[in-house]
Each structure stands twice: as structure tokens, then as C-alpha cells.
Design a protein around this ligand. Structure first.
Ligand code: SAM
Length: 318
């Protein structure tokens, strides 16, 4: 049964990347890499779904790049449950690459990602260029370690194993580190996600944890979201889902993070750069304004930080 549930969780990364690809095709944001990683034709999505994904991707990007501007290049990014995420390549195009970018997901997902990376020149070339020995060791089916990028197959519910693999790939807990978690914690039980958060708070001295996930699922709209996933054997095990984003802040504080904040996606959407929001609002006619508001209300971005190096993480905000 656990395998069926895990398989359903793994399948969510196809949905996320297909929706992102469709929105990219409509012009919501630029990502020349997502089409290389998505291996199926993206089905049409409604304007409210596209705007929701726009707010998710741009919202996470705003806080991530705010961190990178504070930390400079001597820092690390950890993509937790990264799926087919393309942030590494998008940062490279913006000259914002950290010292090292690590991605972690279940081995079946990293194996698929690795096989695509190997077969696509645009994905592989930046890794080789930034790698001192000039060629990549291709012996491993699920994991890859290069100078600037590592892909690690592991279960995030086992932080000790994750840490061991990260250290083997050169993780340095003393460097400022940003951890990205997009729709990942919600698939774990509250004790598993708290364990991961506590591990991160106890491991890094200067760090920002960024999370995007479902909230406020106690109402009818939320129940429909849960039921849609359940029909695909996918359980939102995080009981937090029925609570507000304030619960998310408490979860960080209870897991040894000294500071935390959260905004629901209506507020994130309102805080995104106005010119760009105006641009994307002109892309497609939105009939269901109310539906977009409901959708945004059921997701949030939360973040927690600790700043022993004093690099100014207090001011990372929207
Ligand atoms: N973060 C990516 C994005 O936004 O495009 C993927 C999101 S997808 C909804 C959730 C991802 O988290 C999947 O790739 C899944 O395999 C991964 N995941 C969930 N639980 C995990 C765990 N316990 N260990 C490793 N990966 C996990």
C-alpha cells in the first residue's frame, strides 16, 4: 500500500511539469528547459490554472533570487522533491548559479531526470562546462555529481541518509543555503515533515527554507482538491492541510527555526511586480475571477530563516 501511495506521489511531478510547460507555451514566463524535460504533449489548462502556476513559479523565484543576491555565489541551493524542476538551468542563464545546486527526489524520478539530462545537449552542456574534469561520470543510473550540480536519489523521510548522500557530493553546512520545497511536504505526515524541517534547521547555520503548498483545505473547495488527489491514490498526508498558513509558521518555529513567515497566494499574487502581472493578465481572458481567487486562497508560500552569518535574511520578503 505504501508503494502505491509513493507511486502516486511520484506521479505528481508529471502534473506539475506539464502545467508549467503549458503556461510557458502561453507566454506566462520564459523557460527554455521545461519542454526538454516534459516528454509528453501538454494538455490545455484553464486561464486560472495558468495564473496559479505563474504566481507559484514567480513567487518562489522572487524569494530565491532575493536570497541569492544576499548570499552571493558562495552559497548552496537544495531542491527537495525537485521532480523535473528547471531552476538550475534558469539560474545559469541569469548568471546566478550558486557554488553548488543539489536536487533530491525518489530514485525512480532522478533516474528519469538523469537519463533525459544525458540525452539533451542543452541540459548536459552547462554541467560539463562548469565541471573541472570536463566530462561527467555516467556510471550511476540514479545519481550524478558534478562540480556545480548534483542529482541525488533518496527518500526525504530519511534525513540521515539524505545528509550522508549530500555530504558525499560536497555539501558544506557552513555555506548559506536555500532549501526549496514546492508541493512536497504536504505528501508527508506532519511528523515526517517536521523531522525534515528540524534536520535542516539543525544542519545549516545560515539558511532559508522556502515552501509552496496547499492550505485552508477544510472548506468545500479544499475537500474537492483532496478528493481529486485521493481518486488517484494520492494522499495529502500532512494534516496541516486543513489549517491556515499560520499553522505553517508554527511548524517552522516548533522545528527549531527562529523566524518564519507565510502568505497565501492571493497576497503573493498581489505582491508580484505589477508590470509583469499586467502583461500576463492580457494573455488570456479570465472569465472565472472568483475561481482564481478561490484557487489562490488554497495555496501559500511559507518561509523560515536563520542567519548566523548576518547576511540580511530578515529582509527576504515580498
Ligand atoms: N517540486 C517540483 C515542482 O514543483 O515542479 C515537483 C513537485 S511534485 C508535486 C512533488 C515531488 O516531490 C515529486 O517529484 C515527488 O517524487 C517528490 N517527493 C515527494 N515526497 C518525497 C520523498 N519522501 N522523498 C523524495 N521525493 C519526494
Amino acid at each position: 500500500m505504501a508503494d502505491v501511495a509513493d507511486e502516486a506521489v511520484r506521479a505528481t511531478c508529471n502534473d506539475a511539469s506539464m502545467c508549467k510547460w503549458y503556461a510557458v507555451q502561453q507566454g506566462y514566463w520564459t523557460d527554455p528547459y521545461i519542454c526538454l524535460l516534459v516528454q509528453q504533449r501538454a494538455e490545455r489548462k484553464t486561464p486560472e490554472i495558468n495564473r496559479g502556476y505563474y504566481a507559484r513559479v514567480q513567487g518562489m523565484w522572487e524569494l530565491l533570487t532575493a536570497f541569492l543576491h544576499k548570499a552571493g555565489t558562495e552559497c548552496q541551493v537544495l531542491g527537495l522533491g525537485a521532480g523535473f524542476d528547471t531552476t538550475f538551468w534558469r539560474l545559469k542563464d541569469q548568471n546566478l548559479l550558486p557554488r553548488k545546486y543539489f536536487e533530491i527526489d525518489f530514485p525512480t524520478i532522478t533516474a528519469r531526470k538523469l537519463s533525459i539530462i544525458r540525452s539533451k545537449q542543452q541540459l548536459c552542456k552547462p554541467l560539463i562546462e562548469a565541471h573541472s574534469s570536463g566530462n561527467l561520470s555516467l556510471a550511476d543510473r540514479t545519481d550524478l555529481d558534478t562540480d556545480r550540480y548534483a542529482l541525488i536519489g533518496a527518500d526525504l523521510r530519511e534525513p540521515a541518509i539524505v545528509e550522508e548522500k549530500l555530504r558525499r557530493c560536497g555539501l558544506n553546512p557552513e555555506l548559506p543555503t536555500v532549501l526549496l520545497s514546492e508541493c512536497v511536504l504536504v505528501y508527508m505526515t506532519p511528523s515526517q515533515s517536521s523531522q525534515l524541517l528540524r534536520w535542516a534547521a539543525d544542519t545549516f547555520q545560515t539558511a532559508l527554507f522556502l515552501s509552496y503548498e496547499q492550505v485552508n483545505l477544510g472548506d468545500r473547495f479544499g475537500q474537492v482538491m483532496i478528493e481529486n488527489l485521493r481518486q488517484r491514490n494520492c494522499v495529502l498526508a500532512g494534516a496541516l492541510v486543513c489549517h491556515s498558513f499560520k499553522t505553517q509558521v508554527k511548524r517552522y518555529l516548533d522545528s527549531n527555526w527562529p523566524h518564519a513567515n507565510a502568505l497565501d497566494m492571493r497576497d503573493v499574487y498581489r505582491s508580484l511586480p505589477r508590470d509583469d502581472v499586467k502583461r500576463i493578465e492580457a494573455l488570456e481572458f479570465l472569465d472565472e475571477v472568483e475561481l482564481l481567487q478561490q484557487l489562490l486562497q488554497h495555496y501559500c508560500i511559507s518561509w523560515a530563516w536563520k542567519d548566523q552569518a548576518g547576511i540580511g535574511l530578515d529582509s527576504v520578503n515580498f
